[in-house]
Design a protein around this ligand. Structure first.
Ligand code: SF4
Length: 249
């Protein structure tokens, strides 16, 4: 199982290289990629009963679909609420991790699903490397549910306008851990102005839920030098998740 996990992690970085360099490596997976199991203390699962007035994830989705609270509603094609196993069966305790990005892009706006472009494909590889999938145990969403024009960063007031939807999603889905992808999502969630280079790879307590900021997958596609620290971050995140799962057995 450990060797399998190591291969998946290595495959993620090889995939990032292939995106960047346009070639396929054929060498075997190195032994140094075998996982290291962390013995750090796990943070207990958050207890959260409030859901910001929403009693089901489908109600959150309906609220998002009808929302005109900010100007982004006038330029969107579709709202992009989120995607994961929870939406298949209402509330789900199968969600280990919630990934939170900043906002839908052009592909997401067109299709109504989060992280579906090249960055989304890489995110799926990254999640696969730590045994996570939006089909089984991982929920993916964004801080802002409508696309900002020209893919600009969402404004603070747009993030704030969408905050109740995101809070309701977190409280209804109850993820064991959160990955915040990129600077914008991380700065909003942690209410900080620190850059992602300073915040990435560290654990923060988000209302009782361990949260780790990571580089946005699109940044990995742009800058190969980020893939090594991104891998180190994912390893630490995976180790903490394994410990939390073990403690809850
Ligand atoms: Fe409503 Fe959020 Fe869309 Fe603005 S971005 S219209 S607050 S759902």
């Amino acid at each position: 199982m450990q060797a399998e996990s190591s291969e998946l992690l290595y495959r993620f970085f090889r995939t990032a290289s292939e995106y960047l360099e346009g070639y396929h490596r054929a060498e075997p997976y190195p032994e140094t990629f075998y996982p290291l199991i962390s013995q750090e203390n796990a943070v207990s699962e958050a207890e959260s009963d409030a859901s910001y007035g929403f009693e089901a994830i489908t109600a959150v989705y309906d609220g998002i679909a009808q929302c005109t609270a900010c100007a982004l509603s006038r330029t969107r094609k579709n709202t992009v609420a989120g995607e994961g196993p929870a939406e298949l069966s209402g509330l789900s305790d199968a969600v280990d991790v919630m990934v939170i990005g900043e906002a839908p892009g052009a592909d997401e706006d067109r299709l109504g699903h989060p992280f579906v472009g090249r960055a989304g494909q890489l995110l799926d590889k990254m999640l696969e490397a730590i045994q996570l999938s939006r089909k089984t145990n991982c929920y993916i969403t964004n801080v802002v549910k409508c696309r900002p024009p020209h893919n600009r960063d969402p404004a603070p007031e747009e993030c704030a306008g969408c905050a109740d939807f995101l809070q309701a999603q977190i409280r209804l889905i109850k993820p064991k851990m959160i990955l915040s992808a990129g600077r914008v999502a991380t700065q909003h969630l942690l209410q900080t102005t620190d850059g992602i280079g300073r915040l990435r790879g560290r654990f923060f307590d988000y209302n009782g839920i361990p949260l780790m900021p990571i580089y946005h997958p699109s940044a990995l596609l742009r800058n190969e030098n980020l893939k090594r620290p991104a891998w180190e971050d994912l390893k630490r995140f995976r180790d903490r998740l394994l410990q939390i799962r073990k403690d809850s057995e």
